[in-house]
Design a protein around this ligand. Structure first.
Ligand SMILES: Nc1ncnc2c1ncn2[C@@H]1O[C@H](COP(=O)(O)OP(=O)(O)OP(=O)(O)O)[C@@H](O)[C@H]1O
Ligand SMILES: [Zn+2]
Length: 734
């Protein structure tokens, strides 16, 4: 008994940019501290929340210099052994200090310096009678109660009061009446979760059945599969049926979706299929809700967790399957701090847990295709749409020397018209928000610049405001050219706002909705607008990437893509891949049900080989050609890259720093420094930026060099004036 109260020496990972753990002592008056619990510690002058990564360690620090921790914040570990193992691996792989990686993995509410609140609870309802008895109860005079009782009884478990309100409107009185009749009873549910209801699955198409077979054949151990299915091929249905067998065995499912792919429609599909406890994690949920989902998942109460990037770290003790939907999506890569790729972390997680993982996409990343071709993943294909709908033909409109009305050419407007007249829906895609990307002086050619970035300012609110899309700077647009005083200032090019305006004046009778980050700033707005599209109230949709993926609108028959040219001429070697994915995804929104669809691309480069390849061979043909180009150039997925970024207030400092870093790379025929070079956008938010790429054909060669950098770079001359970071498998090279 005595020993339990002895101070213990523990090692704590704290969220600071320093590698290694820090040693502390516990105090006798504290609850027992074990690995995976959070503690509050004094670190320098700050109090920080850290995570215990080891106990009873041998410390190099002299005993009398060791400090005691301030408090133990949990009574059970927030990270279990499996999570810690995964995060240790990820911290090593991405060369991020473990403390920062652990802090990033925690929900924001748990990064704070207070003790963990207990899981919040909320009210739910459960049927008392069996569903047969419920069915025979006479409620013919109370149809609402009938509906509610059937719904609750059919679920087989408890349903949250709030989700009943969400589905059936104001039904509190009816629920109380059912309780009075002794048909249902109130229960407490863990906060953060929603109870789904059992729904019926459609009979699978022959192709889907074959895909299911292939997934089952891959087995129940670690079995990665790439599900490559054209848009509308019913991949979601495959995920669901695979999930059903895992849930039936009492295990948990983690379903990852990109931020813009995690639509209300997807969540509703999950909710109305599985009589399971569902936790949803995305950026619009409050800190408290996210912490609740985390706790419920950790307790094993959440059967399904649906979430975006960081949900990959949700603790799930009974995890039996991971789904990564739209696995090619760039939003899976975190772009600052702990720069992990959620798909790749998910793969590792599945491997450590020895469970299957399904990566799904209509446009798989070249990395994933390569892995499938190398037989590291099972390659499961769906070539046809599940509804029997044909793939929409993709046509090109050459807009060279054609006048554009708010970015729209006359031929495109003429194509749109009959679809609207027939009562169908039309989607116009443009990957640029705001009114216009430039304000230019007609007399002298001056372009309104951002003073802090090497980029022009974007017009917003018509020609009234200017905003920088890189640093956020905003100002009132000038009335006169500051260079020549001319009043001939023109908006050049078009963004969503201008396109929507032009469509409004051309089709004044038609209801138009704009989907971009600006119009979606308010919470609930996206849901409301999507509901109007689903009901048919909105006929014309204008938007950015937000519209590209996942949506399934039966009446949408025509898609216009306004500007594909950006992806054809970019400094980033991945730009063409991203362009092909985007065009294919956007095009895939058309003609998904009974009504056939068509797609129109506006371009000034109709003969460009990349575009031609995509049009003639589809995404698969494009990908094959792109893969052989990557092979030729030793680029990923054949070669491997890490990017060292540096930025500073002075122009010379980042380049000097990176040159010193390049000199630290050991002479090795299998390791090459590409650069340093100034970044394509050299100045951003007032800082000059430069890059150095480290390249190796063998991934394992990269890591020792990166370890070495981490040790020596802080002491390179001038390092203190430079902000630098390492990005392993960088996705964004601009
Ligand atoms: N077996 C089936 N029988 C009838 N309809 C089906 C079947 N499977 C899927 N569907 C329907 O086909 C449509 C497309 O399915 P789903 O949204 O799952 O496609 P997807 O492959 O995820 O597409 P995308 O990649 O474009 O998002 C949906 O409306 C879905 O309800
Ligand atoms: Zn700027």
């Amino acid at each position: 008994m005595e020993t339990a109260f002895q101070p213990r020496l523990i090692r704590v990972a704290v969220p600071v940019p320093l590698h290694g753990g820090f040693d502390y002592l516990t105090r006798n008056d504290m609850p027992v501290a074990t690995v995976g619990m959070r503690v509050l510690v004094q670190f320098g002058r700050r109090k920080l929340v850290g995570v215990i990564v080891a106990v009873d360690v041998q410390s190099d620090v002299a005993a009398k210099r060791l400090r005691a921790i301030d408090a133990v914040l949990d009574d059970s570990p927030v990270f279990d052994a499996g999570q810690l193992r995964l995060l240790r691996w990820a911290a090593r792989y991405y060369h991020c200090p473990l403390g920062e990686a652990l802090a990033t993995a925690l929900p924001v509410a748990l990064r704070k310096t207070r003790t963990d609140k207990a899981q919040s609870r909320h009210r739910g309802w459960q049927a008392v009678a069996s569903s047969e008895a419920a069915a025979t109860t006479n409620l013919s005079r109370a149809p609402k109660q009938r509906l509610l009782l059937d719904c609750i009884a059919a679920s087989g478990t408890a349903i949250a009061h709030s989700s009943l309100l969400a589905r059936f409107g104001a039904v509190t009185a009816q629920l109380n009446a059912l309780e009075k009749r002794g048909l249902i009873t109130a229960v407490e549910l863990p906060g953060g979760l929603e109870q789904g209801v059992a729904g019926t699955a459609p009979a699978l198409t022959a192709e889907q059945q074959a895909a299911m077979q292939a997934l089952y054949q891959a087995g129940d151990g670690f079995a990665p599969a790439l599900l490559e299915g054209v848009t509308g091929s019913g991949k979601t249905e495959i995920y669901f049926q695979r999930m059903a067998t895992v849930l039936a065995s009492g295990r948990q499912v983690l379903f990852l979706a990109p931020e813009i792919g995690l639509t209300p429609q997807l969540i509703e599909r999950v909710r109305s299929r599985f009589a399971a406890a569902i936790g949803v994690l995305h950026s619009q949920r409050s800190e408290g809700e996210r912490a609740d989902v985390w706790r419920a998942a950790r307790a094993g109460d959440a059967d399904i967790v649906v979430g975006t990037r960081s949900a990959v770290f949700t603790p799930m003790p009974k995890l039996g399957l991971i789904i990564v939907d739209e696995e090619h999506d760039g939003s899976y890569k975190q772009q600052d701090g702990f720069r992990y790729h959620a798909r790749d972390v998910a793969l590792r997680r599945a491997q450590l847990a020895a469970i299957p993982i399904v990566l799904g996409s209509a446009t798989p990343a070249l990395e994933s295709l390569h892995n499938a071709e190398a037989a590291r993943y099972a390659h499961v294909r769906l070539a046809n749409r599940a509804t029997g709908a044909v793939m929409p033909p993709i046509n090109v409109i050459d807009v060279r020397s054609r006048p554009l009305l708010g970015g729209l050419s006359e031929p495109l407007l003429a194509r749109i018209e009959p679809h609207l007249a027939a009562g169908n829906q039309v989607m116009i895609f443009i990957n640029r928000r705001g009114f216009a990307p430039k304000l230019i002086c007609h007399d002298c050619g001056w372009v309104a610049p951002c003073v802090r970035c090497d980029a022009p300012l974007t017009l917003h609110g018509g020609i009234s405001r200017l905003q920088c899309h890189h640093c956020g700077a905003a100002e009132i647009a000038p009335k006169k050219c500051p260079a020549c005083s001319s009043e001939q200032l023109l908006a050049l090019g078009a963004g969503t706002e201008r396109v929507a305006g032009a469509l409004r004046s051309r089709f004044p009778q038609v209801a138009i909705a704009r989907f971009d980050r600006d119009s979606m700033a308010r919470k609930g707005r996206l849901e409301a607008q999507l509901a109007d599209v689903a009901s048919g109230a909105t006929q014309l949709l204008v938007g950015t990437q937000m519209l590209a993926k996942g949506h399934d609108f039966a009446r949408l028959t025509c898609v216009g893509v306004l500007d594909v040219d950006g992806g054809l001429f970019s400094a980033d070697f991945r730009a063409a891949e991203h362009m092909a994915q985007l065009v294919t995804q956007v095009a895939g929104r058309a003609g998904r049900a009974q009504r056939p669809g068509e797609v129109w691309l506006q371009t000034r480069h109709p003969e460009h080989p990349l575009l031609q390849r995509l049009l003639s061979g589809g995404y698969a043909g494009f990908a094959q050609a792109a893969l052989s180009e990557r092979r030729e150039a030793d680029l990923p997925p054949f070669g491997h890259l890490a990017l060292l970024r540096a930025e500073a207030h002075g122009e010379a400092e980042p380049m000097n720093f990176l040159s010193a870093a390049a000199a630290e790379v050991a002479q090795d025929a299998h390791l090459a420094c590409w650069g340093p070079v100034p970044a394509p956008m050299q100045r951003r938010a007032g800082r000059y930026r430069a890059h150095l790429l480290l390249h190796a054909m063998d991934r394992h060669k990269l890591h020792p060099a990166l370890d070495h950098w981490q040790q020596v770079l802080p002491d390179v001359p001038g390092a203190s004036r430079v902000r630098w970071s390492i990005d392993v498998d960088p996705q964004d090279l601009l």
